[in-house]
Design a protein around this ligand. Structure first.
Ligand SMILES: *[C@@H]1O[C@H](CO)[C@@H](O)[C@H](O)[C@H]1NC(C)=O
Ligand SMILES: CC(=O)N[C@H]1CO[C@H](CO)[C@@H](O)[C@@H]1O
Length: 445
């Protein structure tokens, strides 16, 4: 139902790829757009949807100015499944921070929930998006983290940016940003708010290495943080993606990237990347997001590694290019994030105990910086109930601001959502543990 025909999609995309003029296809309006609304001669500001107007070739031979866009909420899907037959609850106000807590309209907002990167990337109907978010909401969740990127070099499935010969074209159509509009509408219909990552350290769904290889012709992962052309391309994507949702309260916040590190899936870098490299990049990109979107919170989306060279434990050594405490002090970053995968990180002798220390140390950083910190991914594949019960208890007792489990799962009409060994479906014994924790975190405040 949300798909357009391939030929129609090609009509939309091909001219963008071949366009010679940077003016061609430039954003010029839509809900939340605060930039230039005029288009050069020969192009007309054209509404692609309420959120997105572009300068496209038109009959007009002079510049055209469009009226400011309406400030009404996004049109909700007319093809909603049974779970949205009830009126969609109004979501008003943006989630903000106050000291170490999140707030909404002056009251405390408990950030608890799950990751579901797949909602917009696995061809789900709007009815299945709603069913997946309903399962997450029934766990007591307030918040879901998902992917706002998929960089491809040939058009297939749902994707947001198509690369060819070093140039990117954002997919604003039904398999692109209009599909993400449906993700936002489905989250809203279930009373959830979204944390959206804007690229990936890893090669899943494209990510940094696609920018680097397309623009520099190399596999040096850290060029993502330093090459001016790559940074300009990432900012251009942010301008379009973030710009589309500036006035959308269902977005809780933006994350610069999922798990940025000096090296990625290629394992290749210039050898010159340090924690300073990523700190400088995070300062620059977060300030850019704030400049186009003052409404939403911004975080890095990193794993929360500490930079203590010589520490016996790998996640504390700073070798991946992350200095959690230095980054948390950046003024244009609103909250800190940590992930927790003891087994992947070689902490195999006492993974539960390692996690307890990790949570405690991040709660200490949270107090020092006086900003919220969330455990925004965590997972083990063995003894999940025991380990998660312990970690949840530590989150409550240390005062860590909130958490999102990796990852949510649903049994949908189209089949089961992805399971990488960590997915918790509603019939999993961990699901009621999530429910108890959400209630306990809301009660703690
Ligand atoms: C970025 O990469 C391009 C393509 O390889 C190169 O021409 C340019 O000099 C690089 N810029 C910087 C600042 O390194
Ligand atoms: C921690 C993590 O997410 N690792 C994944 C990163 O991406 C690579 C390549 O796609 C995967 O193999 C890792 O599991």
């Amino acid at each position: 139902m949300k798909k357009v025909s391939v030929s129609l999609l090609a009509l939309v995309l091909v001219p963008l790829i071949n366009a010679a003029s940077p003016e061609w296809g430039r954003s010029c309006g839509g809900i939340g757009w605060t930039g230039d609304t005029t288009c050069i001669a020969g192009t007309v500001c054209t509404e692609l949807n309420a959120y997105y107007f572009q300068c496209l070739p038109g009959a007009s031979s002079s510049s055209t100015t469009i009226a400011p866009p309406p400030t009404s909420p996004p049109p909700t899907s007319t093809s909603a499944g049974p779970t949205t037959s009830a009126p969609i609850p109004a979501q008003t106000g943006f989630v903000k921070t106050s000291g170490q807590r999140f707030t909404l309209n002056g009251a405390e907002y408990t950030l608890v929930g799950a990751n579901a990167y797949w909602v917009g990337l696995t061809g789900l109907s709007t009815a299945d998006m709603n069913a997946a978010f309903a399962d997450i909401a029934n766990a007591g969740s307030t918040t879901v983290r998902t992917w706002g990127f998929n960089d491809v070099t040939s058009a297939s499935g749902d994707y947001y940016q198509l690369w060819s010969n070093g140039k990117a074209a954002v997919n604003t159509g039904a398999t692109g940003l209009q599909n993400f509009d449906n993700v936002v509408a489905a989250a809203k219909a279930n009373g959830l708010r979204l944390i959206v990552s804007l690229t990936n350290n890893w090669s899943d769904y494209g990510g940094m290495d696609v920018y680097v290889s397309q623009i520099t012709g190399t596999t040096n992962h850290d060029y993502f943080y330093t090459n001016a052309s790559v940074i300009a391309a990432f900012k251009s994507y942010i301008q379009t993606f973030v710009g589309r949702y500036v006035n959308e309260p269902t977005i809780l916040g933006w994350e610069l990237a999922n798990e940025p590190r000096c090296t990625g899936s290629t394992g290749t870098s210039t050898g010159t990347c340090t924690t300073t490299t990523i700190t400088n990049w995070a300062s620059q990109i977060s300030a850019f997001i704030k400049s186009i979107d003052p409404n939403h919170l911004v975080a890095i989306g990193d794993e929360g590694f500490f930079n203590d060279p010589g520490n016996a434990l790998y996640p504390y050594q700073g070798t991946e290019g992350i200095d959690f405490n230095v980054n948390l002090a950046i003024s244009t970053l609103d909250f800190g994030t940590a992930h927790l995968y003891p087994i992947s990180w070689g902490q195999t002798s006492d993974p539960t105990g390692f996690g307890t220390q990790w949570i405690t140390d991040h709660a200490t950083s949270q107090m020092t910086a006086n900003k919220p910190v969330i455990l925004e991914e965590f997972g083990v594949t063995d003894s999940q109930a025991t380990t998660y019960t312990s970690w949840y208890s530590t989150i409550i007792s240390t005062g860590l601001t909130g958490d999102l489990i990796w990852q949510a799962g649903s049994h949908l009409s189209s089949g089961n959502t992805p399971d990488d060994g960590y997915a918790i479906y509603p019939d999993d014994p961990v699901y009621p543990i999530e429910q108890q924790h959400a209630a306990a975190l809301k009660a703690r405040g």
